[in-house]
Design a protein around this ligand. Structure first.
Ligand SMILES: CC(C)(COP(=O)(O)OP(=O)(O)OC[C@H]1O[C@@H](n2cnc3c(N)ncnc32)[C@H](O)[C@@H]1OP(=O)(O)O)[C@@H](O)C(=O)NCCC(=O)NCCS
Length: 215
């Protein structure tokens, strides 16, 4: 019931062009203003929604409307590392090697990568997510240009609000602008959340098997 009401509020806010008032929400949800107000405060505390005050009126919007996608630079390194470290700690795969290799790749991409393919997501001026991609000129198979999504992360406090979707869709647009027709990524088979995320962007399984040998 609680999540249904939260979903209902989010649906209304997402389909509205501008902010929505409490009265309008209570009317559309057929709930008292008092009940809706309680939900709004909880969702605001969870970082899912915001309000702007115009005079005495509060206009509620969902956070994904306030997500700005922009290019990344070396100034963003510390924020990107903060997000990576948090994600890895939460995944309990707190291996130093993994963090070091993530940092090396991030620094390399920020310094030498294509700026169009390194994107960040800001909410209220704070970096809350990032994605780093590249175009490879030669790929196994037909030798066509292929886009690769290399590293992606959304701060866990801001997950589930559409930040990842905005980052992913914008990166795909930039690949299209570069005449890339295929985009690939590698995901561990057990990472269900990431697989669902990529499926939601239209990715499918590739008919290739990754092979590896330790040397
Ligand atoms: C995957 C990830 C980028 C998604 O970001 P997000 O901002 O939470 O995603 P969105 O809110 O935009 O969701 C987009 C879609 O992805 C899917 N999705 C996202 N999180 C999901 C989850 N936990 N379970 C299932 N599906 C999920 C859903 O289909 C969702 O669409 P819906 O909201 O219409 O259901 C984010 O969870 C993340 O950063 N995970 C860790 C990534 C990682 O391990 N990186 C390596 C180290 S930095």
């Amino acid at each position: 019931m609680e999540t249904n009401i939260q979903d209902g509020i989010l649906n209304i806010l997402q389909s509205a062009r501008s902010g929505v008032q409490l009265e309008e929400l209570s009317e559309q949800l057929n709930l008292t203003r008092h009940t809706v107000a309680k939900y709004l405060e909880v969702m605001r505390a969870e970082g899912k929604i915001h309000y702007n005050k115009i005079g005495r009126t509060k206009l509620w919007t969902d956070v994904s409307k306030d997500v700005t996608i922009r290019f990344l630079g070396m100034d963003d390194l510390d924020d990107i590392l903060r997000i990576q470290e948090k994600i890895i700690k939460e995944q309990k795969s707190n291996s130093l090697d993994r963090l070091v290799s993530l940092k090396d790749t991030t620094v390399y991409r920020l310094q030498h990568g294509d700026p169009l393919l390194n994107l960040g997501a800001d909410i209220d001026g704070k970096l809350v997510g990032f994605v780093l991609g590249e175009v490879r000129r030669w790929e196994f198979g037909r030798g066509e240009m292929t886009g690769w999504i290399l590293i992606l992360g959304v701060d866990s406090e801001y997950q589930g609000m559409g930040v990842g979707r905005k980052l992913g869709s914008m990166l795909l647009d930039h690949f299209r602008k570069k005449n890339v027709e295929k985009v690939r990524t590698l995901v561990e088979w057990y990472e269900g959340d990431l697989i669902s995320y990529f499926k939601s962007l239209g990715f499918n399984l590739l008919n290739m098997l990754p092979l590896e040998k330790e040397i």
